[in-house]
Write a protein that binds this ligand. Sequence first.
Ligand code: GLU
Length: 303
Amino acid sequence: MAAAHQPISMDQPAVLRFAPSPNGLLHLGHALSALENAAMARRLGGRLLLRIEDIDRTRCRPEFERAIIEDLAWLGLDFEMPPRRQSEHLATYRAALDRLDAMGLVFASFESRAELKALVAERAAAGGRPWPTDPDGAPLYAGRGAAMSAAERARRIAAGEPFALRLRMAEALARLGGPLAWTEVDETGAPASHVPADPGRWGDVVLARKEVPTSYHLSVVVDDALQGVTHVVRGQDLREATAVHRLLQALLGLPEPVYRHHRLVLGADGRKLSKSEAATGLAALRAMGVTPDEVRRQIAHGE
Ligand code: GLU
């Protein structure tokens, strides 16, 4: 396995990407992220790619994709077209999943949400302390899927039962050659810090589900590698996820980009913006006569 921390050479041409999910309209937070990517691409003389993260077919819609492209053009950002659409590359993610499976690092869990919740309560009571949660606050997987035989896994999947395929986190960590880390760069693209990555905090993360044969974590690392992304610029809300991405990159032998996790645009209530807050939606602001320059000014503070 590759050394645990070996970021891409800073001499190679820079490639950046903005990767929205078309499950709603873009808001000021997305505008900041798109602008941060464009600014660094310009500074480094690099490419600026757009990736549509539409693996969740129940929530993503083509009209949101069209609106995203319109909003980005309105902001004056010049992304290379056409975008990479994740829903068109499911076989590629499956191949990566199969590799992890062949390494013995994947198991299937068949518990429903309600069953998992009950198991968490049961195990917390038995242990006399709260069951651990991941960085997003969700309880770690408390089921017993990891112990299931390959034959039973195959039988239950063939029977059509709903399932999630998860990473055997402890085994995955044991395979690493050394501690995992990533390089965080500043807004000029210069290395600013060396951040230790602790993916174990996420437990046995989901890599795929019956209805979506990949996951955010898996497709993002596969695509960043396939698109030759050198600088991942995204919001601080994804900073903890970077630990999982570094782990998957190390396991799959993928190159290691550098990262910049920028501040978030917060709503009036001090919380992260959500796609349902129409007041900060770019299309709504545009309809109200707000100009792209005013949008830039509105989000250009803090840090
Ligand atoms: N699709 C993710 C989102 O909309 C962003 C993925 C990334 O930048 O890594 O939050």
